[in-house]
Ligand binder design. Structure first.
Ligand SMILES: [Zn+2]
Length: 290
């Protein structure tokens, strides 16, 4: 099931409190209203279909489709406000630098806790908004987001900013778990997971690791350049020993030095320019001009 497919499992009573489908009277006596359009609802508690609320005479507005998801988010937020955030997982970030030899990488990891009393929850956050903010004991500011999705769904992306991003993810519950508030809360408690989307590098640990891998990658590049220099020095020495003076003779010397004897008869010979690397011209020029 996808998030958009959950049916309206709760409505709002006359006091604006969330009432679950298994906790109200059947039919029009449920006393509930749509959380999106405020129309009266009927409670469908049949034997065949999953229990859900429907609008009287099917008078749904387009925005009512999001009603179920918004109520789930509200339930998760109420849970977090009451219980607080679970223990924060350690933060891990991989840093890497490309080099022609191989990619150099390092994983940086650290732990931080929420500073006591620093959490501020947002009243009625929109679907794309953070539900809360807090400060970590290392001084970083963090936004808390709630995400409800099927376990197979791809992870969403969040807006990049100065603050870190912590996500409380809850897998989509089965409809049977949404009849009673207590069952829905059990699901949130057992299945909800915190994960780090991003944490600011307030202690410079990521920057230090990045500088280490950059330095290793730079060393690799320099080693490659030195090796290449030695190879061309060898070619240069062969050209000098040959005593050849013009480019045509240089190409011949180079071609003989890199082409096995058995292959020489079958090619067009030393003037096949596309067989000669570009840097070869540089090597020849050095020999000719000293
Ligand atoms: Zn509605």
């Amino acid at each position: 099931m996808r998030v958009g497919e959950i049916k309206l499992f709760a409505g709002l009573d006359a006091f604006g409190e969330m009432r679950f489908i298994g906790e109200v009277e059947r039919g029009a006596n449920c006393g509930c209203f749509c959380p999106e359009c405020s129309s009266p609802l009927v409670a469908k508690q049949g034997d065949l279909l999953e229990w859900h609320f429907a609008h009287v005479a099917g008078q749904e507005a387009p925005q009512c489709e999001a009603g179920a998801v918004n109520l789930l988010r509200r339930l998760v937020l109420e849970y977090l406000q009451e219980k607080g955030l679970p223990d924060l997982p350690p933060y891990r970030q991989r840093v890497s630098a490309a080099s022609r030899l191989r990619e150099v990488s390092e994983v940086v990891e650290w732990s931080a806790e929420v500073s006591p009393g620093s959490i501020a929850w947002v009243d009625k956050p929109s679907r794309t908004e953070a539900v809360g903010r807090c400060r970590l004991d290392n001084g970083a500011d963090v936004q808390v987001f709630v995400e409800i999705s099927a376990p197979s769904a791809s992870r969403p992306s969040f807006p990049a900013g100065e603050a870190g991003i912590l996500v409380f993810w809850v897998p989509l519950p089965e409809s049977s778990q949404l009849r009673q508030r207590t069952h829905a809360l059990e699901h949130v408690r057992h299945q909800g997971r915190l994960y780090w989307y991003h944490q600011p590098d307030v202690r410079g640990l990521v920057a230090a690791a990045q500088s280490r891998v950059n330095s290793v990658a730079r060393d690799n590049e320099e080693r490659l350049a030195r090796d290449a220099g030695r190879r061309w020095k060898a070619v240069h020495d062969r050209l000098v020993q040959s005593g050849a003076q013009d480019e045509r003779s240089h190409r011949a010397v180079y071609w003989r030095s890199v082409t096995p004897r058995s292959k020489r008869r079958n090619t067009t010979g030393p003037l096949a320019g596309n067989l000669i690397p570009v840097s070869f011209s540089t090597a020849c020029a050095r020999v000719r001009h000293g």
